[in-house]
Design a protein around this ligand. Structure first.
Ligand code: ATP
Ligand code: MG
Length: 437
């Protein structure tokens, strides 16, 4: 992509409406624009990141056998009357009336919809287990939408739902999602700590919020020091095997948010206790037959008797993660994207657009990178070098290749690593080798 043609409206000054760094940087880098409170448009740069995150989430869901589908954003109110959540949900639900005076709503979540679909189709125990998910926009009319995409009203969520024959099978599904979450967040460059969460009357110990630590987090979290350093997302683990020992190995360690915190347990931890602020990026929970009863998701068991499906649901805040990753990875100059979600891998800066030698050197590398399948953004604008450096640091691509008259004359390019700040002058070939390695 050529920056001279790319729609990336960057802003120099800090927008006054943004209170936290990720919101400021997303606006300044031209990733998003607000439409109304808590509702955003995703501009090309931001949309690329959103899609990369979505793809990683999708791959890890597919890896545990969850099947992708797509349910609508607009749902009929009757669906929610059947589970008795239509009135219970309160003012967070956006209620709509269609031209025939039918009550509709913009879905804040999809338990009702998926259970109705499943209940209608499932007949026998052979139809279980099933795990289904979609990645779809949700609407919740939050009292205080704030912090940009972190607490929006319209936001993108991955929500998965499991249907199982009995409690043990439901636990196996829960455990698979647990491990998929660890892997997903590790691939996104995040340390997400599973913390005991409220599960209502039936969840028992099967409810965890996945939290990343950040000063601007909305909840106060406390946990054992070891959980922060843990690298379990990269553990080599077969999700077809018994996952319980692996999961127990760290759910045995203390970790809790807000009202789940236990002062006694925290005192006992002494120096091993870490208290910090955190951002909830995912939530998994088991809820038994709450919805399957309401929608009669009942199948004939192996012995012919009726079995009501055991369910769990598993959410990831895909759009919140864009902000969360920036909160975890930035400096004074701007964003520092982990390579896996960067909108482009390489930013190629032409310091003197219009100079034949610089233009040619840039075009050569630009073509070579593209031929090698590497996503590259070429700054070929007719602008000052300082402005080009500032924009490139702001948008945070992992690598910068800088080409100016002096370097061209010397037969080298400058290669900069955005995260480490290291610069090296090397031949264009050596740079290519490094970037394609
Ligand atoms: P919160 O406590 O932050 O309101 P929640 O408990 O309401 O979250 P869930 O219903 O479990 O959230 O939704 C699953 C995931 O969706 C959350 O873990 C979070 O990452 C994301 N999410 C929830 N509400 C919002 C929002 N208003 N804006 C962006 N992401 C959200
Ligand atoms: Mg909420």
């Amino acid at each position: 992509m050529r920056l001279s043609r790319f729609f990336m409206p960057t802003i120099k000054e800090n927008p006054s409406e943004a209170q936290i760094v990720s919101h400021r940087l997303m606006l300044r880098a031209g990733m998003i624009r607000q439409s109304s409170a808590g509702i955003y448009s995703w501009l090309p740069l931001g949309f690329r990141v959103l899609q990369k995150i979505e793809q990683i989430v999708r791959q890890e869901q597919d890896a545990i056998g969850a099947q992708e589908m797509l349910m609508p954003t607009i749902q009929p109110a009757d669906l929610w009357r059947q589970s008795e959540r239509y009135d219970a949900y309160g003012p967070e639900m956006l209620r709509i009336t269609d031209r025939h005076d039918r009550d509709m709503l913009y879905g804040p979540t999809n338990e009702e919809q998926i259970t109705e679909i499943f209940a209608d189709a499932a007949k026998s125990y052979r139809d279980l287990p099933r795990m289904l998910y979609h990645i779809q926009w949700k609407f919740r009319d939050e009292v205080r939408p704030r912090f940009g995409v972190m607490r929006g009203r319209e936001f993108l969520m991955k929500d998965a739902y499991s249907f199982d024959l009995d409690f043990d099978a439901a636990r196996r599904s829960y455990n698979k999602q647990f491990v998929a979450y660890l892997k997903t967040f590790a691939r996104l460059g995040l340390t997400a700590i599973p913390m005991k969460a409220d599960s209502g009357p039936i969840g028992g110990d099967m409810s965890h919020e996945f939290v990343i630590l950040a000063e601007t987090g909305e909840s106060e979290v406390a946990c054992h020091r070891d959980l922060i350093a843990a690298d379990w997302g990269n553990a080599d683990i077969n999700t077809e095997g018994d996952l319980q020992p692996f999961i127990d190995s760290f759910t045995d360690k203390y970790a809790a948010t807000d009202d789940k915190r236990d002062p006694e347990a925290e005192k006992a931890l002494g120096d091993d206790l870490v208290v910090a602020r955190g951002i909830e990026v995912g939530h998994i929970f088991y809820f038994g037959t709450k919805y399957s009863k309401a929608f009669k998701a009942v199948v004939a068991g192996p012995d012919g008797s009726d079995v009501t499906a055991e369910m769990g649901s598993y959410g990831i805040g895909v759009s919140r993660l864009v902000g969360g990753i920036i909160e975890a990875s930035h400096d004074d100059a701007g964003i520092i994207w982990p390579e896996a979600v960067a909108p482009f891998k390489v930013g190629l800066i032409n310091l003197k657009t219009g100079d034949d030698a610089c233009d040619k050197a840039c075009e050569d590398i630009y073509r070579q990178l593209q031929d090698a399948g590497i996503e590259v953004l070429l700054d070929d604008r007719d602008a000052r070098a300082g402005a080009k450096f500032a924009d490139m640091d702001l948008i945070g691509l992992p690598w910068q290749v800088v080409i100016g008259p002096k370097a061209v004359a010397a037969g080298v390019v400058e290669l900069k690593n955005r995260a480490r700040g290291e610069r090296q002058e090397i031949s264009a070939d050596a740079a290519m080798a490094l970037l394609t390695a």
